[in-house]
Design a protein around this ligand. Structure first.
Ligand code: FMN
Length: 176
């Protein structure tokens, strides 16, 4: 079994999502995590890992299609749809902006979560909403964010600690 964690993220190349993916990788330990850009990733890449982290940003507030038609995750979506992820453990993180989009804060978190619903995967790394200010989010199920929200636009000073806490949490949850 591949012990490494695969961090699949997009958008890439100078994005906030990439910056946070790098922080997550560093916190996990660079030799224990691979970073993969979703726009170039295939089902074969997903197959290599039992433990995955998916990183995304929220661009556009209507639907997955509205958002993703412009994004790297749109290119990856067909691969994700046909991938056999059964038995894998997956943690999600999502970039958003709680000041400009308080009613759609990190909605993309929920969009990815929905896709994974019928995939027989275990989703870990849920986060209490009490540390965040927002009005509504599609990223909340059963009272918790289904991944780690990060706001690099208005709360960048909180990112390092949020990543640190979350990585400590998922480290434990990956092994459970
Ligand atoms: C056109 C546009 C639409 C956005 N829509 C949302 C949104 O609906 N909800 C949200 O939380 N953030 C939204 N954001 C904020 C981004 O998610 C945030 O700036 C993020 O850090 C961008 O990350 P990236 O550089 O990896 O794409 C939007 C940003 C842009 C430019």
């Amino acid at each position: 079994m591949n012990k490494k964690i695969g961090i699949f993220y997009g958008p890439a190349r100078g994005s906030n999502t990439e910056k946070v993916a790098q922080k997550v990788a560093r916190e996990i330990g660079a030799d224990q995590a691979d970073m993969i850009e979703v726009k170039e990733a295939t089902t074969e890449d997903l197959k290599k890992y039992d433990r995955l982290i998916f990183g995304v940003s929220t661009i556009g507030k209507e639907t997955w299609d509205g958002y993703a038609s412009r994004g790297d995750w749109d290119k990856f979506r067909p691969e994700l749809d046909k991938a056999d992820l059964k038995g894998k453990t997956i943690a999600l993180f999502c970039l958003g902006d709680h000041v400009t989009y308080p009613r759609h804060f990190v909605d993309a978190l929920g969009m990815i979560y929905e896709i994974l619903q019928d995939k027989n995967v275990r989703i870990i790394g849920h986060v209490e909403p009490s540390g965040y200010e927002f009005e509504e989010s599609q990223g909340i199920y059963d009272g918790k964010f289904v991944g780690l929200p990060i706001d690099e636009d208005f709360e960048p000073e909180l990112t390092d600690q949020r990543v640190k806490n979350w990585v400590a949490q998922i480290r434990k949850e990956f092994d459970q």
